[in-house]
Design a protein around this ligand. Structure first.
Ligand code: C2E
Ligand code: MG
Ligand code: MG
Length: 658
């Protein structure tokens, strides 16, 4: 028990690397000092005893001790680098314990051997030499308790016993003195060593906590600035970069470019294939974009399927249009998830500082405008914001202002356009189209004012206005007149508007089965689930649903069967060149057979010539709408034509027989 305790006290534990390193660091400066003192003290003894003691004792014997001291000084002085290796450091500490024990014993024995040769002065010198050297040794070895203890046991204890054994009163007094000092010194050694070990432990804990804090703050930084799904910088980080770049560019009078990228058809993928597929698509998109952008270009995910780019340096700014094309090309490549191949596209809107705006807000608004422009006019392309867009925005803003102050009752009217069943010549249904004549701006085409109105909730006022006015007049129209209305994305995404629509229909007393609502693909794709819920509800009410402008938008046949539809209206872009373009013909044919398969009615819009009517008949399309039959007109102007069509108008007869 006691032996194992002593063994523990004399051993160097190697399980605490931080303690070992700190011990080595402390000892590397103290031990050379200790050996130097020992060496000089030993030389002092040799000199004072040179003429009174035999030469082998004053010179030959201490010579190797002194050589060992010099060697130990050198080896400790050059030990720093090797000490980094834990095992080597532990080895060195254990060696130090052994060296302390052996050298301590040797020097003590040498000192005792010299004792008999001198007078009392010499003997006092020896007693002083031994005790002071050991005390210095213990102090220098304070951080390595085992070595200090070993030295005390092998050098101090024998020397004290030796001095006490001489019986000389002065020597006995010195021995007693040294013994008392040693007891105090041992106490100090134990407390100092414990404090030292505690200090190292505390430092270790502090370092650990500090590292933990750094890790946490790094994680916080990542959470705050990185998009967790794609690993790209997030919206917050993008705006920080944007502000910095804006400031820098203002100061240096340099240009820069901001681009917004939005995936076309992403929502449909999410709705049809699930959110996991949507997530994978976003991750893959981020990879593709990352592979394209050069260093120095900031790429971030702003949220959803919206990404953004900041191109800072002027060299890159000059060829940003080709970067836009590369991005669009990369996003057109099909994505393959577990054997499900999906094809989407991405549109890009660019705005350049300072041409397209001098503030962050304006630049972003204009990049967004360019993006929307790309989406509407040429899906999957890159558009740079230009002066013409600026003019267009001003026009839209002017229209917006005029619309806000418009008197909807007097300025807005309804135009009807028949949709004709060319097999019978009868009008199946009329499409109600809004007309606006502003006292300030004159007649504005619907393509313009609907676009301006769709930027805000104003469009729903137009929808409700035309619905209310038309239903009020329907009582006076022939009983079998059916009417189709257009709904915008905002209408179907607002439960409030839908409820108002249902209330208006209800109050009018018109049978819901005389009504149809047209929605575009784009409107449906804004929120597929919400759109299909709303359309299903309208359908349950008895109202028919048509998918308007089909083929001009996402042109994805995949989702059609999941929508509650009664009619598909094929967009007029395919009709314009139907006589000359085989691919237009094949698209129309495909959509027509899709309608047959899904038992939906098929209407073709924008029919202007007899040739187009014939071509459409060849493809099996017989329900047609267009200027060839009648332009949209006010109700009073349409009835004479419709009466004619019902009676067999010349134009229609031709169309039917042709
Ligand atoms: P839409 O719903 O596709 O309506 C058909 C558009 O094509 C109408 O344009 C009509 O005048 C035009 N059109 C019909 N036949 C022909 C043709 O043979 N050739 C050519 N070139 N065009 C033809 P309009 O009245 O200018 O309306 C444009 C768009 O504005 C509509 O497209 C519809 O999306 C929107 N719109 C019109 N009124 C309303 C409304 O009250 N509410 C909503 N939300 N949108 C409306
Ligand atoms: Mg329509
Ligand atoms: Mg249409």
């Amino acid at each position: 028990m006691i032996f194992s305790k002593i063994r523990d006290l004399l051993s160097v534990p190697g399980d605490n690397p931080e303690l070992v390193q700190s011990q080595v660091a402390a000892l590397s400066t103290q031990i050379p000092m200790l050996y130097l003192i020992l060496l000089l003290n030993t030389l002092g003894i040799s000199v004072t005893h040179f003429y009174i003691a035999p030469i082998w004792l004053t010179s030959y014997l201490p010579a190797p001790f002194i050589a060992i001291c010099i060697y130990r000084i050198a080896s400790w002085a050059t030990f720093r680098d090797a000490a980094q290796i834990h095992e080597v450091a532990v080895q060195r500490l254990r060696g130090t314990v052994h060296a302390s024990a052996i050298l301590g014993a040797c020097f003590a024995a040498w000192s005792c051997a010299l004792y008999q040769y001198g007078d009392l002065y010499h003997q006092a010198h020896l007693a002083f030499y031994t005790s002071i050297s050991v005390i210095v040794g213990v102090f220098c070895l304070m951080q390595l308790r085992a070595a200090a203890l070993a030295l005390t046991l092998t050098a101090l204890l024998p020397s004290v016993l030796f001095l006490a054994s001489t019986g000389e009163p002065i020597m006995v007094a010195i021995a007693t003195n040294v013994a008392l000092v040693s007891v105090a010194m041992m106490r100090m050694l134990f407390t100092q060593y414990a404090d030292f070990a505690n200090l190292i432990e505390t430092q270790k804990q502090l370092t650990f906590r500090h590292r933990e804090t750094l890790q946490l703050s790094d994680m916080n930084h990542r959470l705050a600035n990185l998009d967790m799904l794609t690993g790209l910088p997030n919206r917050r980080s993008f705006f920080v970069e944007f502000d910095a770049l804006m400031k820098h560019s203002k100061e240096k009078r340099r240009s820069f470019v901001v681009a917004l990228i939005d995936l076309d058809g992403f929502k449909a993928i999410n709705d049809l294939h699930g959110h996991a597929a949507g997530d994978r698509l976003l991750v893959e998109t981020a990879h593709r974009l990352n592979a394209i952008v050069k260093p120095g270009i900031v790429l971030a995910r702003l949220g959803g399927d919206e990404f953004a780019i900041l191109i800072s340096d002027e060299q890159a700014s000059s060829d940003f249009t080709s970067l836009g094309e590369t991005i669009c090309e990369a996003l057109r490549v099909s994505f393959n998830f577990n054997n499900v191949v999906v094809t989407i596209s991405g549109s890009v809107g660019f705005a350049m500082y300072p041409d397209a705006g001098a503030t962050k807000e304006v630049l972003l608004e204009h990049a967004d405008y360019a993006l929307m422009y790309a989406k509407q006019k040429n899906r999957g392309s890159a558009v740079v914001f230009t002066q013409e867009h600026e003019t267009e925005i001003r026009m839209l803003n002017r229209l917006d202002q005029a619309l806000r102050h418009a008197n909807f009752e007097t300025e807005f009217s309804v135009a009807l356009q028949p949709i004709v069943d060319t097999t019978t010549g009868a009008t199946k249904i009329f499409e109600a189209l809004s007309r606006w004549e502003s006292p300030k701006l004159g007649i504005i085409p619907p393509s313009d004012f609907i676009r301006a109105a769709e930027r805000s909730e104003l469009v729903s006022r137009i929808t409700l206005n035309i619905l209310r006015k038309t239903l009020a007049q329907m009582e006076n129209w022939p009983a079998d007149t059916n009417i189709s209305f257009n709904l915008s994305a905002r209408d179907i995404n607002s439960s409030e508007t839908i409820l108002k629509i249902l209330a208006i229909v209800n109050e009018s007393g018109i049978e819901p089965n005389r009504l149809m609502f047209e929605v575009t693909e784009t409107a449906v794709m804004t929120d597929f689930d919400q759109a299909s819920d709303v359309l299903r509800m309208l359908q349950r009410f008895g109202i028919k649903i048509a998918l308007d402008d089909f083929g001009s938008g996402y042109s994805s046949l995949g989702y059609v069967h999941r929508l509650p539809l009664d009619v598909i209206k094929i967009d007029q872009v395919f009709v314009t060149d139907i006589e000359t373009n085989a691919s237009s013909r094949s698209i129309v044919k495909t959509i027509a057979s899709l309608c047959t398969n899904l038992e939906l009615d098929c209407v073709v819009e924008g029919v202007e010539t007899q040739g187009q009517v014939n071509a459409l008949h060849d493809l099996g399309c017989t329900v047609l709408q267009g200027y060839f039959f009648a332009k949209p007109k006010g109700p009073e102007a349409i009835w004479p034509i419709v009466d004619l069509t019902k009676g067999g108008d010349a134009q229609l007869r031709n169309a039917v027989s042709g």
